[in-house]
Ligand binder design. Sequence first.
Ligand code: HEC
Ligand code: HEC
Ligand code: HEC
Ligand code: HEC
Ligand code: HEC
Length: 640
Amino acid sequence: MKTRHGISAVMLTAAALAGVGMFASSVLGLPQGGGQVQVPTSAADFFLPGTQPNKDSLSFEPIQASNNCSYCHGEYNATVAPFDSWVVSMMGQAARDPVWHAALSIANQDANLAGEFCIRCHAPGAWLGGRSTTGDLSQFGAEDFDGINCHFCHRVVNPTAGALSAVGYPNNVDLTPDPEILAALTAEGLLPDAALGNASFVVDPHDVRRGPFDDIGINFHGGPELVFSPYHANGAMCSTCHDVSTPTLSKQPNGSYALNALGAAHPTMVKGDMFPEQRTYSEWLNSTFATTGVSFPDGRFGGNHPTGVMKSCQDCHMPDQQGGGCIFYDGDPKNERPDVPQHSFAGANNWVLRAVKTQMGDDADYFGLTPDRVDAAIARNIQMLRDASDMELAQVGGQLTVKIINQSGHKLPTGYAEGRRAWINVKFLDAAGTVIAERGAYNYVTATLTESDTKVYVARQVIDEVVAKATHLPVGQGMHLALSNVVALDNRIPPRGFTNAAFAAVNAPPIGYSYADGQYWDTTNYAIPSGANTAVASFYYQISSREYMEFLRDTSLNGTGLVAYNLWLLHGRSAPVDMDSMSIQLTAANPADFNGDGSVNGKDLTIMLGNWGGTGQGDANGDGTVNGSDLSIVLANWGT
Ligand code: HEC
Ligand code: HEC
Ligand code: HEC
Ligand code: HEC
Ligand code: HEC
């Protein structure tokens, strides 16, 4: 069996690689390089309710490492055993993620002790054990690199005990110690509003494990009690961490966000009053998935799911498998289940896991990151991306129309904004199959995307003049997670059931772009260049752009940015994933007949003027901009 000794020795190596030890002395409290001024926040500014850190192991039993679970819940069936898929998930590796290490160091540079907040979510066991008070990883024990692990998630308590019975689950939560735990928090004024998110979780102070099944035959856990928790089968369980709001910023009457008075917690503790860094849970909650659910007859999501109607986060991200919930039950017809939730948490990340494995070197296998599992996890993430969208192509007159349909349970893309982007690439080919024009070209050698002539889906968060003045950074500077206070652009495609009002109410409206109520797709038009015989359109997703990785490399002062950047180079520069690809045969058409009604007239002129200076319909010569040369083409073809 695995020894603690092995773990500590290995983690020292990983920490040294990440340059972790250098942090505290060289950075904290000092004005930053390039004249940047650090926001003088303290731990009080990052206070949030919920279970608080406690170093007393009698009143709070420590979160145990996953190797206390893996010998029964792992190593028996690669697709079913919870450990085998969890260990290669981004949540399992959240505390070893080199991109996170770099961003964490920058957050600490930007706002003193901001790392307290980051660690709370990315390494909750460390935070609960009181090992995040320096804001960095210097106090982490070996088990803290276990990230978001088994014992943590299975001790999480529903902050609104009982309320979930309303969505059709049997309500026997009375059997659990939950009411007592919640009453104790209420007495201390620490009970979080269930809608707050921000890792304001409630965790059982004792080793009482909660799970979705109410029919566990024998409790093999020895001492620890097992209790039934419908909460674990509900998206609300994921809400604690998948709505992220910067707690040092408050919404002002004019809608902007400004720094709170320093030295105190957020004045209202209401999510909507804090800056919206991520809103995945709220996006889902305001979609059709959270109400009636959505049927996928093609079975793309949910594994062995009996109906194929996808509702909760778990339905899509923890697909049902036929097998045993533990090693003793697998292969035993009497004890197998048709719906063991796979702990794959497949998402979009197709390279960071490989970087984590590289950093671990020879110890990767020991920690469970075996080559087979890593390959399987990357393949699952790529498949998830391919299932996330569908594409439709059409020719309308002289235009190619590319429609992208969002099939995911939230915006596409969703979640973390920095560096993530999705875009459309179009290649026009002549009769001989030679590419004669390309839009949204990506150079794989330099990792450079040509953005100006295509649609790129992103959320761009930046700083305004007030934060710029306080920090001496330029107005409009992006990527400083702890400082960003303006959403400059969010054109990501909404999910089914989208309404502008509901999304605005959770601080997640489209910004700088518009979607009609109910719209969960987007269309982009490209002028067909003359001589084009075929068009091939692809929809790409990239986790970490070159611009973001260069920012980490150049901004982090403790070396973690350079480590992340070098790993990025080593692992294919975050290769774009081809989510959809289709081709269409083109017919000769008048390039100025934008609406395809057979004649070039006032309607086409209106379309062109509507896009003047931009891209898309009206770009008769296909050079990427609607301008005077296109107007000449329209006039030359007028009435034809
Ligand atoms: C309330 C929970 C929460 C808090 C607090 C939080 N994060 Fe995250 N973070 C997430 C989630 C969830 C994701 C993944 C979303 C996704 O994949 O789109 C994420 C993703 C990231 C990533 C992307 C990692 C990668 O491999 O691409 C970075 C970097 C990151 N966070 C840095 C930070 C920093 C720095 C802080 C503190 C300022 C922080 N986070 C605070 C929840 C949180
Ligand atoms: C000695 C073997 C063993 C160990 C070690 C073990 N478990 Fe289990 N566990 C089981 C068995 C057997 C089941 C029942 C599986 C089933 O019925 O599908 C189970 C079920 C569970 C459930 C499901 C409860 C429910 O109501 O749905 C959870 C949660 C759980 N274990 C968590 C853990 C965690 C966390 C650890 C490590 C800290 C752990 N287990 C370690 C054997 C073990
Ligand atoms: C209908 C299925 C479905 C449901 C329901 C669903 N998701 Fe997803 N999710 C996907 C797909 C497909 C992707 C990959 C596309 C993407 O990255 O946006 C994804 C991606 C993600 C990512 C990675 C985002 C990124 O681009 O970095 C996170 C985080 C996530 N989901 C969390 C959640 C949470 C939390 C919930 C519930 C509140 C949820 N999902 C509900 C299908 C679903
Ligand atoms: C991010 C939170 C999270 C983490 C981390 C996590 N689980 Fe789970 N686990 C869940 C949820 C949620 C469910 C219920 C899913 C559902 O009902 O669809 C579940 C279900 C289970 C079950 C019930 C399956 C059965 O047949 O009894 C077991 C056992 C289990 N988890 C063990 C583990 C072990 C072991 C680990 C670590 C290797 C782990 N979990 C890590 C959230 C988590
Ligand atoms: C304790 C906080 C926490 C909880 C609870 C939590 N997550 Fe996460 N989740 C994170 C963080 C942090 C990351 C990002 C890790 C990284 O990339 O380094 C993440 C990443 C993800 C990803 C993205 C993986 C990728 O490839 O980009 C998915 C999908 C996901 N979580 C789903 C879920 C689901 C489903 C639940 C509920 C069953 C859940 N999470 C509960 C914190 C949490």
